[in-house]
Design a protein around this ligand. Structure first.
Ligand SMILES: Cc1cc2nc3c(=O)[nH]c(=O)nc-3n(C[C@H](O)[C@H](O)[C@H](O)COP(=O)(O)OP(=O)(O)OC[C@H]3O[C@@H](n4cnc5c(N)ncnc54)[C@H](O)[C@@H]3O)c2cc1C
Length: 381
């Protein structure tokens, strides 16, 4: 069957996608036992990604980025999904944190943080979720109370991707704890020399074992007022606006993963024999794969539509919610069916399909649980 050529892949994006796939296979997948054991990927891998131009692809060149469009970043994230290992927190670093700073930062903030993020010398995280507030972001309790030229930050965050390794975090805080959503602000916090900041547990997860997903705490941490992103009270709107782009990232990873799962399972079932013929020759197996391929292809086409709309600046938030909800549901369903067609080998972590199965599950939860996505879609009807 002809491969799907995404409509947003021009020659340059296609070349970047191939470069990224080689990088993920060589630097991440090939060493996944090491990353799994340490729940973190070495900084040298980030530096290598920076050298290859895979970090901050859509950040303007004047801030050290690749000067491309968001299609360039998405090609990297889609290749990550296709490589079959979501452990490197590159989408949070390049696709989310760098974009908060680009979109809302002052000239000085952009010049301070973005060039180092593009080389991998500065690693970024985003701290929204707290033990008592995930989906309901306006309920966060971390406070940042003004004291002279500083904010004094107190609170804790959990499930933070890149949390234990990050140098900088965009932190959701309340500058006015009584004001609900209107009290939320975003602060850039330099974690490198940060009295009062502590890393709690690096969390043990169902999948994405190589990813650093951590608990963080802030006790009387002083952050200069000049590190505020935008203005006090704008944080909630900034989060909602950026989450639209974040949902495309998840869609791109899901699409890459589905494509790979089907390809690998076709190859596996054609090579393994049972009852005197290949597994693929069971009509059930072939029909399962025909259905999975149809799902993967139709998802890729809807993703193309959403990415094109985003590149034109016209992506509707409800469509972004659809792409996140639908593609992650299909990612989990398709990979589950592919595991089944692998038999017992599909349950062995030495097979990529088993790792893809573990990594996929959380895609339905983070960046807004899929039920929250349905709420956004329903509101638009
Ligand atoms: C591996 C991993 C990485 C993560 N990385 C980050 C990160 O880098 N930064 C960060 O800030 N956060 C991160 N998160 C947190 C993630 O965004 C939250 O887990 C997610 O938003 C859900 O919040 P919660 O876990 O508190 O669940 P809750 O808000 O308690 O929701 C639990 C469930 O309740 C249901 N529900 C909730 N709200 C609604 C609703 N409005 N309508 C219908 N049903 C609803 C859904 O089924 C939902 O799954 C990460 C999480 C994981 C697991």
């Amino acid at each position: 069957m002809k491969k799907h050529i995404p409509s947003w892949h021009d020659d340059e994006v296609k070349a970047l996608s191939e470069l990224a796939l080689g990088f993920f296979e060589r630097e991440v997948v090939a060493h996944n036992e090491k990353w799994d054991a340490q729940h973190r990927i070495d900084r040298a891998v980030w530096i290598e990604a920076g050298k290859l131009g895979l970090l901050c692809c859509s950040i303007p060149e004047e801030y050290g980025g690749g000067g491309g469009t968001f299609a360039h970043d998405l090609a990297v994230f889609e290749a990550q999904g296709y490589a079959g290992d979501l452990a490197l927190g590159i989408s949070v670093h390049s696709g989310i944190v760098a974009h908060y700073i680009l979109e809302y930062g002052t000239e000085e903030q952009k010049k301070t943080w973005l060039p180092g993020m593009a080389t991998g010398e500065i690693l970024g995280a985003i701290g929204m979720t707290e033990p008592g507030a995930g989906s309901d972001l306006k309920a966060i309790k971390t406070t940042a109370i003004r004291d002279g030229d500083d904010y004094v930050v107190n609170g804790s965050k959990t499930f933070i991707t890149n949390g234990a390794s990050a140098d900088v975090i965009v932190l959701a805080v309340k500058t006015d704890p009584k004001a609900g959503a209107k009290g939320v602000a975003l602060l850039i916090v330099d974690l490198r020399d940060c009295p009062g900041f502590a890393v709690g547990r690096v969390l043990d997860k169902v999948g994405q074992h190589g990813a650093d997903t951590s608990e963080l705490s802030f006790t009387d941490v002083r952050v200069p007022v000049s590190n505020l992103l935008g203005e006090e009270g704008q944080g909630f709107g900034q989060l909602m606006a950026q989450l639209v782009q974040e949902r495309l990232i998840i869609g791109a990873q899901a699409s890459g993963a589905m494509t790979r799962a089907v390809e690998d399972t076709v190859a596996y079932t054609k090579s393994r024999q049972a009852f005197g013929h290949s597994l693929f020759e069971f009509q059930n197996t072939a029909f399962e794969l025909a259905e999975c391929q149809t799902i993967a292809r139709t998802c890729a086409v809807f993703l193309d539509h959403c990415i094109e709309a985003h590149l034109r600046g016209e992506l509707d938030p409800s469509e972004a919610a659809m792409v996140k909800y639908w593609l992650t549901e299909q990612q989990c369903a398709v990979i589950d069916r592919c595991v089944q067609l692998h038999g017992g080998y599909g349950y062995m972590r030495e097979y990529l399909i088993a790792r893809m199965y573990e990594d996929a599950r959380v895609q339905k939860i983070y960046a807004g649980a899929n039920e929250v996505m349905k709420g956004i879609i329903a509101k638009s009807l």
